[in-house]
Structure formats: C-alpha cells, structure tokens
Ligand binder design. Structure first.
Ligand code: NI
Length: 176
C-alpha cells in the first residue's frame, strides 16, 4: 500500500459527486489502505477517496487524544462507506477548518452541532451513530467531499478565510 498524491482544490475530480460503492472486494480494501497511509503521512484527521483521485463514496476519519487539541474529545477510527447524514436540531457551531486539499489555508465554517450518520464499513457491516461537536464536524467535512464540496464553499464571509500563518492570533485551528 502507499501514500498517494492528494488532489488540490481546483482539480475537477474534487468537484464531482462520487459514485456509491457496490462491491466490497479487495479493490475497496486496497483503496482504504492507501487512504489510511496518506491520511497518516500527512497527519490528517480525515480523508475522502476523491482526494486521492478515486470518485467513490468512502471516507475515513480519526482523532486520537491530541495535546494540540485539548478541547476536543477523541473520535474513534472509522471507515464509512456510502454515508447518509441527518442533522438533528437547528444548532450550529463555527470552527476553523483546514483540508489536505487546501494546504496552508483555514476558514471559519458553520456546521450542524448534532447529527446522526449511517452507512457501512469496508466489509458491508452497518454503522449508525449519533454524535456532536468535532465528531459531527469531521463527518460533515468528509461527506461534503463526496458531493464535490470543499470547506471554502461553506465559509460565510471570505474575510474569515485565508492563510494559516496570517490568521494566527485570531483563530483556534481544528485538526484537518
Ligand atoms: Ni478535506
């Protein structure tokens, strides 16, 4: 398995609606292994298959206990295939997101605070969770990738979008 190049914002494949997974086979496991290697090599909290150039509905994410983000509860390592996200309630949080496809930049993005997500894992076993906070945020960010949406499209005011080093002092970065 291998670390793959990550597509950057502007590449058309990132703007496509990705196709559902229909076969739970060795090819899918190989894709997930490459996503996993790539996410870990870049110290990411999540990655979606289109980011390594494969337009299918697969995301992975994880947040370990991390001293850089003491305010965030850990998120278990999850492989989520064909996800469905259902917001719960109207409450939203704003957070400074980043993305492996938008390196060096950050933006203030509103996300649903509470949601339920459903889908299956890499073997087709069902997953259903009700989550909140950063866990809900990372799911929304990654599932957006499957619909061709990158976080800058969610920024309400472009003054709240810019280079990480220039924004230091006015933002608390979230894992990306
Ligand atoms: Ni991203």
């Amino acid at each position: 398995m291998s670390v793959r190049p990550v597509l950057k914002m502007g590449q058309p494949l990132l703007q496509r609606v990705a196709a559902p997974v229909t076969r739970f086979d060795a090819e899918l496991l190989a894709l997930i292994a490459d996503m996993d290697d790539t996410m870990r090599a870049l110290d990411g909290a999540g990655i979606a298959a289109p980011q390594i150039g494969v337009s299918v509905r697969v995301v992975i994410f994880e947040l370990k206990d991390n001293p850089r983000y003491p305010q965030l509860a850990p998120v278990p390592y999850t492989v989520l295939v064909n996800p469905l996200v259902t917001p719960l309630g109207a409450e939203q949080d704003e957070g400074w997101e980043g993305c492996l496809s938008v390196p060096g930049m950050r933006g203030l993005v509103p996300r649903h605070r509470h949601l339920r997500y459903q889908g299956v894992d890499q073997y087709g076993a069902p997953i259903e969770r009700t989550v909140e906070g950063f866990h809900a945020r990372v799911v929304q960010h990654e599932v957006d990738h499957l619909d061709g949406i990158l976080f800058p499209q969610r920024v309400r005011d472009l003054r709240d979008f810019g280079f990480e080093d220039a924004l230091l002092g006015r933002m608390t970065p979230m894992p990306d």
